[in-house]
Design a protein around this ligand. Structure first.
Ligand code: P5A
Length: 440
């Protein structure tokens, strides 16, 4: 992508409305734009990151055996009247009427709709276990939308829903998502800690929130420090192994971790002072087992091996991609801007032409740009006639992992400079060696 033809509306000044660093940086880099309170457009740079986050979420959901579908954002109120949640949900639900005056709503979550899909076509235990997910916009009319897309009214959610014949099968399904979440957040460059959590309007009594520790987080959390050293389950984890997954779950829940709603002061105090942490955190995921809470009122049953009808046991599993993007920035930035983990960086490298119009610089940059693209890399080519200082500041601000700097003097010697955004380390290489290094 040539920067001169891209749409990346960088702000020179710090936006006043932004209270936390991620919100400030997302506005300054032109990743997002607020359209009305708590409702955002994702501009091209932001969309690139969001797509990369979603791709990792999708890969890990698929690896754990979940199957993707797509449900609408608008739902009929009837389904919610069946489950009894239409009244319960209160003012957070955006209620709408269509031209026939039928009550509709903008979905804050999809337990009812997926239960309806399930009951209309699954009749036998032989189709179980089943886990269906989508990545779709939700709307919650939050009292205090704030911090940009961290707590917005319209936001993206990956929501998965599992169906099982028995409670013990449902716990295995829960553990699959538990492991998938550990892997997902790790691949996003985050250390998320699963904590016992309150279930609120979703229901059930077996639930964990996945929390990233950050001073700007909205949740108050309490945990043992040892989480930092726990191993992340490998990519070749056998998701069909009941005992294997249970042992990962047991390990990750063996030491104290709870949100303020579930906090047990005595249990926390029992941990030595040096080993415990009371901190703030960002909830990036939340998983629930709620048994027959929806299958019972909505009549979602399957025939069991005994020939009898059984209500299915369900769970639901949420991740907030539009919250994850600012959470990653909170965890990874410095005074010059964002430092993207390679896995979600909007571009793998930025090629900076220090003297556009100079034949040698142009030829070198074109060569780098083409070679990196041909190797499947996402490359931003700064071919603008901005001043050198502006180009460097922009490259640092948007946080692309590697900067390839092509100035007239180096280029005349057949060389370019590589700068690592994270460490600031610089090295001068021949153009050939630079291409080899970046495409290895
Ligand atoms: C689980 C999936 C649910 O809604 N039903 C389907 C269950 N859980 S949840 O905890 O309420 O939300 C899941 C995740 O969505 C993100 N999230 C938000 N992100 C941005 N702005 C918001 N206002 C917002 N509300 C929820 C969080 O990451 C949460 O863990």
């Amino acid at each position: 992508m040539r920067l001169s033809r891209y749409f990346m509306p960088i702000l020179k000044e710090n936006p006043k409305e932004a209270e936390i660093v991620s919100h400030r940086l997302m506005l300054r880099t032109g990743m997002i734009r607020q359209q009305s309170q708590g409702i955002y457009s994702w501009l091209p740079l932001g969309k690139r990151v969001l797509d990369k986050v979603n791709a990792i979420i999708r890969e890990e959901q698929n690896r754990a055996g979940a199957i993707e579908l797509s449900m609408p954002t608008l739902q009929s109120a009837e389904l919610w009247q069946e489950s009894g949640r239409y009244e319960d949900y209160g003012k957070e639900m955006l209620r709408i009427r269509d031209r026939q005056d039928r009550p509709m709503l903008y979905g804050p979550t999809n337990e009812e709709m997926i239960t309806d899909i399930f009951r209309s076509s699954v009749k036998s235990y032989k189709s179980l276990p089943l886990n269906l997910y989508h990545i779709q916009l939700k709307f919650r009319d939050e009292i205090r939308p704030r911090f940009g897309t961290m707590r917005s009214r319209e936001f993206l959610m990956k929501d998965a829903y599992s169906f099982d014949l028995t409670q013990s099968d449902a716990i295995h399904s829960y553990n699959k998502m538990f492991v998938a979440y550990l892997r997902t957040f790790d691949r996003l460059g985050l250390r998320a800690i699963p904590m016992r959590a309150d279930t609120g309007p979703i229901g059930g009594n077996h639930s964990h929130e996945f929390i990233i520790l950050a001073d700007t987080g909205e949740s108050e959390v309490y945990c043992h420090k040892s989480f930092v050293d726990f191993d992340i389950p490998a990519a070749d984890t056998d998701f069909d192994s009941v005992d294997g997954l249970q042992s990962v779950f047991d390990k990750w829940t063996s030491v104290y971790a709870a949100t303020s709603e579930m906090h047990d002061e005595a249990a926390f105090d029992a941990i030595g002072e040096n080993d415990r942490l009371s901190a703030r955190g960002i909830e990036v995921g939340h998983i629930f087992y709620f048994g027959t809470k929806y299958s019972e009122p909505m009549g979602a049953k399957v025939q069991g091996p005994d020939g009898k009808e059984h209500l299915v046991h369900m769970g639901s599993y949420g991740i907030g991609p539009t919250r994850l993007v600012p959470a990653i920035i909170e965890a990874s930035h410095d005074e010059n801007g964002i430092i993207w983990p390679a896995s979600v960086a909007p571009f793998d490298a930025v090629v900076i032409n220090m003297k556009p119009g100079d034949e040698a610089c142009d030829t070198t940059c074109d060569r780098l740009y083409v070679a990196l693209q041909n190797a499947g890399k996402d490359v931003l080519y700064d071919d603008t006639d901005d001043r050198a200082g502006t180009k460097f500041a922009t490259a640092d601000l948007i946080g692309v992992p590697v900067q390839v700097i092509a100035g007239p003097r180096a280029v005349a010697a057949g060389e370019v400079e590589l700068k690592d955004r994270k460490t600031g380390a610089r090295e001068t290489l021949t153009i050939e060696a630079a291409i080899n290094k970046l495409t290895a």
